[in-house]
Design a protein around this ligand. Structure first.
Ligand code: DND
Length: 252
């Protein structure tokens, strides 16, 4: 291990907050996955896609980065960055190679992916490769994101396939782009889950079990996000002849 290099990287990482320590050994290459998202809320589709990328691409770590003020959602209501970050932290906390970062949440102004990647590239030495993980449907759009040429230059793209998505669209968009994107497509288990589906379920008092970690569901209830209905404790109801609590009856 090169001690000077280790010290320089460590200083930069500490300065930037909660980023992983990578790149200390100049004799090897490191692969850092970046899972960017609004995560409003984070769900098992995000987690499975990141885990699949970690395994298939031999990544060293996956950093989940909730967007601060998402570039493309200026006219939409988005839950506070602090809440989205907290849910991301809870969802990733039991996986040793997942990490939640405040890197974008703490940044002023609109968060563009190209800026994030450029910043990361300036923090880490050249033996750290950046892999930006995204849904395959988003791959078709990356070509028109702000400063797309920088994204193509700095990072590899990882497109996780989603149920019912035809890769031809993404492949065509990449082929037509004037920039040289390096894209790897991954087959992830069919998880037809979306954040909007979870929000709808919360508002309709339906269970989120097996769609997102229970810690995230707990946070949503505790902080009354997405129009959650207040829980009623202590009331009993008769279900199939057995005493059950109201909460259990609703499958919470
Ligand atoms: P989303 O709002 O789509 O995230 O944002 C994805 C990322 O793109 C964020 O980091 C944005 O900052 C960035 N972006 C978008 C547009 C423009 C620009 C940047 C720009 O710089 O100009 P979601 O929370 O909805 O989802 C996060 C990721 O997970 C997405 O890539 C989505 O496609 C993917 N995903 C799934 N993947 C597999 N199975 C599922 C999924 N559901 C969502 N079920």
């Amino acid at each position: 291990m090169n001690e000077d290099m280790a010290r320089i990287v460590a200083e930069r990482v500490v300065e930037r907050g909660d980023l992983p320590l990578l790149g200390q050994d100049p004799k090897r290459t490191y692969r850092m996955g970046i899972m960017g998202g609004t995560f409003d809320p984070i769900h098992n589709g995000h987690l499975v896609a990141a885990e699949q990328a970690f395994d298939d691409l031999g990544l060293d770590v996956v950093v989940f980065m909730p967007a601060g003020r998402p570039a493309f959602k200026q006219n939409k209501r988005v839950t506070a960055g602090e809440d989205r970050y907290a849910m991301t932290l809870l969802a990733t906390s039991d996986n040793p190679h997942f990490l939640a970062s405040r890197f974008e949440v703490d940044r002023e102004g609109i968060t563009y992916t190209a800026d994030t990647l450029e910043c990361l590239a300036s923090i880490y030495p050249s033996n750290v490769e950046l892999y930006f993980i995204t849904g395959a449907d988003a791959i078709a759009e990356v070509v028109s994101w702000r400063d797309a040429h920088k994204i193509a230059r700095i990072a590899h793209l990882v497109g996780a396939t989603r149920p019912g998505y035809d890769l031809a669209h993404a492949r065509h968009a990449i082929a037509q782009s004037p920039y040289d994107f390096d894209v790897t497509y991954l087959e992830v288990p069919a998880l037809a889950i979306s954040s909007s589906y979870l929000r709808e379920r919360v508002a309709a008092a339906q269970s989120l079990r097996y769609l997102t970690p229970d810690t995230v569901t707990g946070y949503i209830h505790k902080h009354k996000l997405y129009g959650v209905l207040p829980r009623r404790y202590g009331k009993t109801a008769i279900v199939d002849g057995n005493d059950r609590t109201e909460g259990m009856r609703r499958g919470e």
